[in-house]
Ligand binder design. Structure first.
Ligand SMILES: Cc1cc2nc3c(=O)[nH]c(=O)nc-3n(C[C@H](O)[C@H](O)[C@H](O)COP(=O)(O)OP(=O)(O)OC[C@H]3O[C@@H](n4cnc5c(N)ncnc54)[C@H](O)[C@@H]3O)c2cc1C
Ligand SMILES: NC(=O)c1ccc[n+]([C@@H]2O[C@H](COP(=O)([O-])OP(=O)(O)OC[C@H]3O[C@@H](n4cnc5c(N)ncnc54)[C@H](OP(=O)(O)O)[C@@H]3O)[C@@H](O)[C@H]2O)c1
Length: 279
């Protein structure tokens, strides 16, 4: 039998017509969970005789936040309205949903090197669209526990108004400028449709997010330029959440540097790329 919790929608923030941030609080209180996990949200679908339909969603909030689970959700509308996202886009504060318990190990933060020492390599997070969600959890968790590693969050979106956590991530970067040695954080976004009218104000990186890893003629990538050195498996660990094309693009651009993924481990069990695919 599926183990799940009764829960209540406590906050919704519509970022645009098909992108929403939702906070949900289990009636029994918050269970323990790990940064980067996901859970299922279940809703009764009227068009299907109120059948309970469940879908997986990445948890954007971090385990130190004991007040709610937060999610960033895209309303899937084509070719037909998605069952669960349509219900979530009609949901109001006070509505009830079912929540599965947090699960998933694909995006666990690596803490130790193969020799058992503490892993102090830079953490690079690559989120495509709503695939940014687990990295909001990463950023807030690493900040709250006082982690000293360098953290880079790269977000890819089609439109500027889909940079869902721009303010929070910019604030975290601003804070790092004031707390050198204590908190080391950078955030960059990539806009993939720069010529569209709605993106006319954008002066940052353009292209899909995986292009941050593409080397120029001198052998440096925009990510290398950002951190001030060549990213290698010796100094960097990469986490990706998004379309398979995003994951493949990052792997393609990092393989020649010796990066290895979780499903292609070396003999000693080591690897430096973890990912969760949209499927
Ligand atoms: C680990 C994990 C984490 C995830 N995290 C997130 C997240 O953080 N945010 C997020 O937004 N999503 C996330 N997802 C995706 C999410 O689980 C759902 O797949 C998504 O929200 C769509 O659910 P839905 O019920 O609305 O759509 P569904 O009803 O499942 O529809 C899926 C697709 O099928 C089409 N379809 C439905 N019925 C028909 C039909 N009869 N004929 C033809 N086509 C049809 C729909 O148009 C849609 O394109 C995650 C998925 C996984 C696996
Ligand atoms: N973990 C998961 O499984 C998970 C998590 C979150 C969301 N999802 C699901 O994934 C779907 C789309 O997510 P979204 O709305 O967040 O994405 P999105 O906003 O449509 O796209 C985000 C970025 O990915 C690019 N992109 C689109 N197709 C791509 C491809 N095939 N390869 C590489 N990059 C691509 C887009 O570029 P262009 O501008 O060029 O299109 C854009 O820059 C939704 O149905 C959502 O429910 C799954």
């Amino acid at each position: 039998m599926v183990q799940e919790m009764e829960a209540t929608v406590i906050y919704t923030h519509l970022l645009k017509e098909d992108l929403v941030i939702i906070r949900i609080l289990p009636d029994e209180g918050m269970p323990e969970y790990k940064t980067g996990q996901f859970l299922t949200i279940g809703v009764n679908v009227p068009a299907e005789n109120y059948k309970l339909v469940r879908r997986a969603y990445s948890i954007a909030s971090h385990p130190e936040n004991r007040d709610y689970f937060e999610f960033v959700i895209r309303w899937v509308r084509n070719p037909l309205p998605g069952r669960v996202t349509t219900m979530l886009f009609y949901a109001s504060v006070g509505d009830k949903v079912k929540l599965g318990y947090p699960t998933g190990n694909a995006l666990q933060i690596n803490e130790t090197l193969p020799n058992g020492e503490k892993d102090m390599r830079r953490i690079v997070c690559v989120g495509g669209g709503t695939g940014l969600a687990p990295f909001i959890a990463f950023a807030n968790h690493l900040h709250d526990v006082g982690d000293k590693r360098e953290v880079i969050v790269l977000h890819g979106a089609s439109y500027v108004d889909e940079l869902s956590y721009r303010r929070l991530l910019t604030d975290l970067e601003d804070e790092s400028k004031k707390r050198e040695g204590e908190w080391n954080f950078k955030y960059r976004a990539a806009i993939s449709r720069p010529k569209e009218f709605f993106n006319r104000s954008w002066s940052g990186h353009v292209g899909r997010v995986e292009s941050f890893f593409k080397e120029d003629k001198s052998g440096m990538s925009p990510l290398d330029e950002l951190v001030g050195e060549k990213c290698t498996p010796e100094n960097t660990y990469i986490y990706i959440c998004g379309y398979q094309g995003t994951i493949d693009g990052v792997i393609e651009n990092t393989t020649a540097r010796g990066f290895v993924t979780s499903d292609n481990k070396r003999e000693d069990g080591s690897y430096e790329i973890r990912y969760e695919s949209y499927g």
